[in-house]
Design a protein around this ligand. Structure first.
Ligand SMILES: [Zn+2]
Length: 175
């Protein structure tokens, strides 16, 4: 007969006498060991990306702790726009390090992110693909120039569309 249980993560029913499993703490549920490990490492990675992003912003604007309006911006991007911590970080790096964006215009906030997210994604994707193909390419040939925007201009609205996860970077950075 065995013990039929439903995996907390993938939803498949399995026999915990036959497959490695992990009990889910405080939930009286079980999960495949593999599903559990995967979920844990994704969570950990997300947590690491969060810390990296926070540290980057602190350094960028000389904050000791992140002011609440920035935490709010981050939450809004994650929830309303489906951005990721890594995507937000890469957008800031792209704007301030690659495009030499002007920090003074940011007024200590990260409102630039939605305006460069798409371009940053394309930029890092082009880099990644070039590396995959092992080609020597000039990435700027592949990337449209950043739209010059005034981040306080209410007329402009950021691009929305397909979710850009920057997930192609995961492999590379975990090496
Ligand atoms: Zn599972």
């Amino acid at each position: 007969m065995g013990h039929r249980v439903k995996c907390y993560y993938c939803g498949h029913t399995f026999d915990r006498d036959k497959e490695p499993f992990v009990p889910i703490e405080g939930k009286r549920r079980y999960a495949h060991k593999l599903c559990y490990d995967r979920a844990r490492s994704a969570e950990q990675e997300n947590e690491e990306n969060k810390i990296q992003l926070e540290n980057y912003i602190k350094e960028l604007f000389n904050y000791k702790t992140l002011p609440e309006p920035i935490n709010r911006q981050i939450r809004e991007y994650l929830i309303d726009k489906n951005y990721t911590y890594k995507g937000i970080l890469k957008s800031l790096k792209y704007f301030y390090e690659i495009k030499n964006g002007d920090k003074e215009k940011a007024h200590g906030r990260i409102g630039i992110v939605p305006y460069v997210y798409e371009d940053a994604h394309n930029y890092y994707l082009a880099l990644f693909e070039a590396k995959e193909k092992n080609e020597q390419v000039v990435v700027s040939d592949y990337v449209l120039p950043t739209r010059v925007v005034c981040i306080r201009d209410p007329e402009r609205s950021p691009m929305t569309g397909k979710r850009k996860l920057f997930s192609f970077l995961d492999e590379e950075e975990n090496e």
